[in-house]
Structure formats: C-alpha cells, structure tokens
Write a protein that binds this ligand. Structure first.
Ligand SMILES: [Fe+2]
Ligand SMILES: [Fe+2]
Length: 274
C-alpha cells in the first residue's frame, strides 16, 4: 500500500504546506482511504500537488474529535461525493484545551456538519470491508501522555477531563501486512497496541500515527523519562514505526535515538510504500 502524508506539522520541502494537524491518504489494491483531514483545507492543496484525486476516496475515517484532525471535514465533503466518513459514536462532542492562563479554548469539530448524511457512527469495533477495521475502547492504563491533563470536554453543564472515548484506531490488512494507524494516540500508543493484541485483532507489522508526546497548549515536550520508557517498550515489539504530528520533534528525537531504523518521521509531502 502507498501512504501519502497530506498534512502534518512539518513538510519535506517548501513545495508543501504544513500545519498543526494530520491527514493521511492511503491507497491499497482495492480502496482509496482518507485518514483524518488536518486542521484546514491544506490537506487538499497538498493532495493536488501529490497527484491525489480526493474525489476517488471511497472510505474516510476521522480518528477523533479534535479540530487538527477534522478541521478539513467541510472541504472534504465538498470535494468528495461518495465516501462514508467513519466517526466515533462519541464524535461531535464539545472538546476544549486549557491554556496556561486558565482559559478554555474550543478544539472540537464543526458541529454544523453533524446534519450531513455521510457519517457512519462507530461504536467499539467495526469491520469496514475485507481490508479495514476500526476499534476503540482503549484505556490509558500505562505510559499515558501527560498532555492529556490539559484537555477537557463538556458533560452536561460541567467541564470535565476528556475521557478520549471518541478516539478510534484503524487496522489495514493487505498482502500479509497489518498496519495500525492512530491519530493522536491520546490513550497511549503502547495501550493501543496492547489492546489490539488482547482483543484478538493481531499484532501490527507497522504502526503509524501521532503519539501525543508534545503538549501544544503548554508548548512543552513530554517528560523525556516517559518518552524513553515508551521507546524501550516499542523496541520490544516486532513492528516498524512511523510517527509525526503531536509526537513533537523533541520527543521524536529521543525515540529515534532509542529505536534507530525502527522509527521514521512522516512530514507533509512524504510518501511511503508498505
Ligand atoms: Fe492531534
Ligand atoms: Fe488530538
């Protein structure tokens, strides 16, 4: 399969735009899939530059409820007339980030789009087709990203810590490869991999996604000691890793030192073959 990075915090060259967000285009033998749509219409601009025709996408997935993954949703609905967009059953909740000055900033997705008839609401587990599955229900039992503590949701009239029940992960199986794709991995990339295994979905040969080891609202990298423990744990697996976005460059550099060739970085404009 081919994986093209349409939007990410950095770019491979000045020819491509970058933003705090994530969007991946994935082409298998049978399907064209869009995983997240970045923070804006940037994903579509980079797609055109990379020769990706977004009108041919037949499946779309929104990993979770944050604007940096679903901000381009409106643009995608304009450009594509056929793909169902698989969102969590908890999607379109009211999500907030708390700034260091104590103010809450709305970071959810545009609720006015909820009336669209193209959404498929996924609860727990769903087999999308012969190649693709979605799962959620991961709990942040260990190695949980500390940046989560600044992320909140409205429940009724109360602001409460976000429970990240709206986060779902994608598995793509093709030609003996088992590719696990996460958006921000708010529940912790180690927990997501272990949940996949204990739920009986198998072990990934490849893992792709942001690992949320950078706290954007506080502009601070994750504790290097925790990043080191995560790197050592990932090194115990047989998977190849590609990360980006909310992993943060500082945390990525620590993982790279520990994991070497077992981890790579996906910037806007990059393309990998799996
Ligand atoms: Fe994110
Ligand atoms: Fe997020």
């Amino acid at each position: 399969m081919i994986i093209k990075t349409l939007a990410e915090n950095t770019a491979v060259s000045e020819a491509f735009g970058s933003e705090h967000g994530l969007s991946l285009y994935i082409e298998t033998a049978k399907h064209h899939l869009l995983f997240d749509m970045g923070a804006s219409a940037l994903f579509a601009e980079n797609a055109a530059k990379m020769g990706v025709d977004l009108s041919t996408v037949d499946i779309a997935v929104l990993s979770h409820d944050h604007y940096d993954h679903g901000g381009g949703l409106k643009k995608f609905l304009e450009l594509n007339q056929k793909a169902k967009i698989h969102v969590s059953a908890q999607a379109f909740g009211k999500r907030y980030a708390k700034s260091p000055d104590g103010k809450y900033k709305y970071i959810g997705i545009d609720e006015s789009l909820l009336s669209h008839d193209r959404f498929v609401f996924v609860s727990g587990y769903m087999r999308i087709n012969e190649e693709m599955e979605l799962f959620s229900g991961v709990r942040p039992v260990k190695f949980a990203p500390s940046g989560n503590k600044d992320l909140f949701m409205m429940r009724g009239d109360s602001m409460v810590p976000d429970d990240f029940a709206h986060e779902q992960n994608l598995i793509i199986r093709e030609g003996g490869k088992v590719v696990l794709i996460a958006g921000c991995a708010h529940n912790g990339i180690v927990n997501i991999i272990e949940h996949m295994q204990t739920a009986g979905y198998g072990s990934p040969t490849h893992v792709i996604g942001g690992f949320h080891l950078y706290n954007r609202s506080a502009d601070r990298d994750e504790d290097p000691e925790l990043v080191g423990r995560i790197g050592n744990r990932l090194n115990e697996t047989d998977s190849q890793y590609y990360t980006c976005h909310c992993t943060g460059i500082g945390s990525y550099n620590i993982l790279k030192t520990i994991m070497g060739d077992r981890i790579g970085y996906l910037a806007s404009g990059s393309q990998i073959l799996i």
